[in-house]
Design a protein around this ligand. Structure first.
Ligand SMILES: Nc1nc2c(ncn2[C@@H]2O[C@H](COP(=O)(O)OP(=O)(O)O)[C@@H](O)[C@H]2O)c(=O)[nH]1
Ligand SMILES: [Mg+2]
Length: 308
């Protein structure tokens, strides 16, 4: 798959609270026959895990159909059925990050304030570096006080180079310089951190499209990946953010942050269904190593896993 390897343990840790909602389901289902009451309970649990109204309805309808057709009848069959249905939803979806075949590969990171952009940039940089790739960071959030310094601290800690401008300066100028530097130094990946809030939504979106066009002028087809960082704890609010950003920036994938802090991991499903956007990476903590490639198989297992 992508340029990261999935580690089941960390994802399970991240999803442990979602799993609590659905683990209870396994116990509830044991020894029961399927009936409308049981389907209602399944529906409630899926909804509280934030799987989303649409996906939940489809899953429960599929269950009911197979039950009425006599294909399933016992509670024990329900979880395997749900897992198979959930996995099926990712068939044919490309979850890989833009491969680093061209030099430099440009990854633009966008999202609202506090969603975890800067931390996620650090995580991606750390993973790439661990794979032996060279990375350059562009501190294009010149809007928020302290934002440049925050990324600079990461760059020092991770031993990754940074291009910055002045606080309050033009982020397009930072990106312009960073693209030049990335080309001159021949780095593998240029990672661009951006502002999450400007005076108006309009000016934020205008700025993002300006950054995109500066990048595209310097580097063919850049940005090669535009990751929208969504805070998993925001639940359905995350969906609304995704709608706003996909209108302005050509988002190619989601970095779902803070999955460690929520019982709402099911939102991965809702994003997939409602936005048609794949979650490519998940954040499961505040450290640079707390990142995982999103793997549907692991995710679905983790949703229902017993906690140890
Ligand atoms: N628990 C947890 N905290 C996170 C994660 N990602 C980011 N954070 C925290 O969320 C806060 C905002 O992150 P930051 O990267 O500054 O967000 P930005 O404003 O979008 O750049 C910080 O306190 C981060 O440490 C994550 O995956 N898990
Ligand atoms: Mg930031």
């Amino acid at each position: 798959m992508g340029i990261f390897t999935a580690a089941a343990a960390a994802l399970r840790r991240g999803l442990s609270r979602t799993a609590e909602t659905l683990v209870g389901l396994t116990a509830f289902l044991a020894g029961r026959r399927i009936d409308e009451d049981l389907l209602g309970e399944v529906e409630g649990r899926l909804l509280s895990a934030d799987v989303g109204v649409t996906a939940t309805r489809e899953l429960v309808d599929a269950l009911r159909r197979d039950w009425k057709a006599g294909r399933i009848s016992t509670g024990e069959e329900v979880v395997p059925f749900l897992k198979a249905e959930l996995r099926r939803r990712w068939e044919g979806v490309d979850l890989s990050l833009a491969r680093c075949e061209r030099k430099p590969t440009v990854i633009l990171v966008v999202g609202v304030n506090g969603s975890g952009k800067t931390t996620s940039v650090a995580k991606i940089a750390a993973s790439l570096k661990a794979e032996g790739r060279t990375v350059l960071l562009a501190a294009a959030d010149t809007f928020r006080a302290g934002a440049v310094r925050q990324l600079e601290i990461w760059s020092e800690r991770l031993g990754v180079e940074l291009v910055k401008g002045v606080e309050g300066g033009d982020p397009a100028a930072v990106v312009f310089d960073a693209a030049d530097a990335a080309l001159a130094r021949g780095v593998d990946v240029l990672l661009v951190d951006t502002a999450g809030r400007l005076h108006t939504q309009d000016s934020l979106m205008r700025q993002l499209s300006k950054l995109r066009s500066v990048l595209a002028k310097k580097i063919p087809d850049a940005p090669h990946e535009t990751l929208l960082v969504l805070d998993a704890t925001a639940g359905q609010n995350a969906i609304r953010q995704a709608e706003v950003f996909t209108e302005a920036a050509e988002v190619t994938g989601i970095f779902l942050s803070k999955l460690d802090g929520t019982a709402r991991g099911g939102v991965v499903m809702a994003i997939r269904d409602q936005m048609g956007l794949p979650v490519k990476l998940v954040g499961v903590g505040e450290r640079p190593e707390d990142v995982e490639a999103f793997d549907p198989e692991t995710f679905v297992e983790a949703m229902f896993a017993e906690n140890d």
